[in-house]
Design a protein around this ligand. Structure first.
Ligand code: LLP
Length: 401
């Protein structure tokens, strides 16, 4: 790590290729008893170098915009047949781009979108494979900003209204009703809500089949959380197996092909954000470590009050410890990476690693306070690849006159 920091500078995202691949394999293995496709959720980390690694495992992708679709196609055009397209506001251009690629499934989220998809498909003389994203009205124990499966949320179609809409969809020539999809939220660490959602989905599948629809796919969405506060390494295979059981049990006997959209569970623990201590600062009784990474580089603590472990990069650096707030350089009180962390005492210029930053770190990074975004490196055994160079100030200004 210190060598990486020296070579590429900080703040720096560092990812482990073997962690990503082994987590994908463990996830895949957990579902071995049922026909399935993993569609990695691109929004969690959409850097091409990461997508290339995922594509090499023959996984599919879950995309939510024309931009994400293009990213996947750039790394592997043949992945199109394993792409599912989610999102509440897909535009005509985005729908057409995806239709052009003959993607696996459109997860439709409203009646208006259904008609628009039909119109776009007709204009291109294509048939769109579609599922309705239903809202199963189950509460997921997670941060309110990332819980999606309740009626009050903007996502999906109320499950009670789905049947009527499926009936309408099946009458449209350019649409091929082929699945049911649900996603109840993110960073869910109990498997109960997944099972509850899938029970409702399974009931709907049975009803739809009785109505004469061919339902081949169930898309269970993503959402499996990671233990940000762990003290000891957890056994991901066991956790994935428990999740798989919760998802697949309610679907038993339906003979469906399962689609899964994990994001965080695959890449979250595979990435760390390396940052250097710029200044130590004391105010009254508080000690602040002002570091060179900030909320524009990793917004999760500021946005969700999310906890990330923070460790000095050289272990056992000092026996003296202190309680500190690790804060960034941005002019907002909310700009912190960690509050009240108990850390060994480090000196200005020393390195810290913010852990579990592989998901929703770089993909949510911005230029707030006119800060160029960090570089990203992918470590694969002995090889170190710069998968995104550090943004420069002129990169940042290039679209402005
Ligand atoms: N599928 C759909 C339709 C989604 O909306 C999401 C995430 C996923 C899959 C992937 O969920 P995952 O397996 O990663 O939990 N920025 C927030 C998380 C937002 C999640 C949005 N949707 C965070 O940093 O916690």
């Amino acid at each position: 790590m210190p060598r990486l920091a020296k070579r590429f500078g900080t703040p720096l995202y560092v990812y482990s290729a073997s962690t990503i691949v082994s987590r994908l394999r463990a996830f895949d293995d957990a579902f071995r008893k049922i026909p399935h496709t993993i569609c990695y959720s691109v929004k969690a980390n959409s850097t091409l170098g990461i997508l290339r690694l995922v594509a090499a495992t023959k996984s599919g992708f879950d995309v939510v915009s024309g931009g994400e679709l293009e990213r996947v196609l750039r790394v592997d055009r043949r992945a199109a047949k394993k792409i599912v397209f989610s999102g509440v506001g897909k535009t005509r251009d985005e729908l057409k781009a995806a239709l052009h690629e003959n993607i696996l499934l459109f997860n439709v989220e409203s009646e208006s979108e259904l008609w628009t998809l039909a119109e776009c498909a007709a204009s291109l003389k294509k048939t769109a494979n579609m599922a309705l994203r239903v809202n199963p009205d189950v509460a997921a124990e997670t941060h309110p900003y990332i819980s999606t499966g309740l009626h009050k949320h903007k996502f999906g179609i109320p499950i009670a209204e789905a049947r009527a809409l499926y009936a309408r969809a099946s009458g449209i020539r350019h649409l091929n009703v082929s699945g049911v999809s649900a996603h109840i939220g993110s960073q869910i660490t109990e498997v109960g809500p997944f099972a509850a959602a899938m029970e409702r989905v399974a009931d709907l599948v049975r009803l739809l089949r009785a109505d004469g629809h061919t339902i081949n796919y169930v898309d269970a969405g993503g959402g499996l959380g990671i233990p940000y506060t762990r003290v000891a390494p957890t056994d991901f295979s066991r956790y994935a197996a428990e999740y798989a059981k919760a998802v697949t049990n309610p679907l038993r006997g339906l003979g469906i092909h399962l689609l899964l959209e994990p994001g965080r569970a695959i890449v979250g623990p595979a990435g760390a954000l390396l940052t250097s201590l710029v200044y130590r600062k004391k105010n009254d009784s508080k000690t602040f470590l002002v570091v060179d990474a900030a909320m524009n580089d990793l917004i999760r603590p500021a946005l969700y009050n999310a906890y990330h472990g923070i460790v000095p990069v050289i272990p056992a650096y000092s026996v003296r410890r202190e309680i500190v707030d690790v804060v960034g350089q941005v002019c907002e009180t909310g700009d912190f990476l960690g509050r009240d962390h108990d850390l060994p005492v480090i000196a200005e210029g020393d390195l810290l690693a913010v852990l579990d930053a592989g998901a929703y770190g770089m993909s949510l990074a911005s230029n707030y306070n006119s800060r160029p975004r960090p570089a990203e490196v992918l470590v694969d055994g002995k090889s170190v690849k710069l998968i995104r160079r550090r943004e420069s100030t002129s990169d940042m200004l290039r679209f402005e006159s």
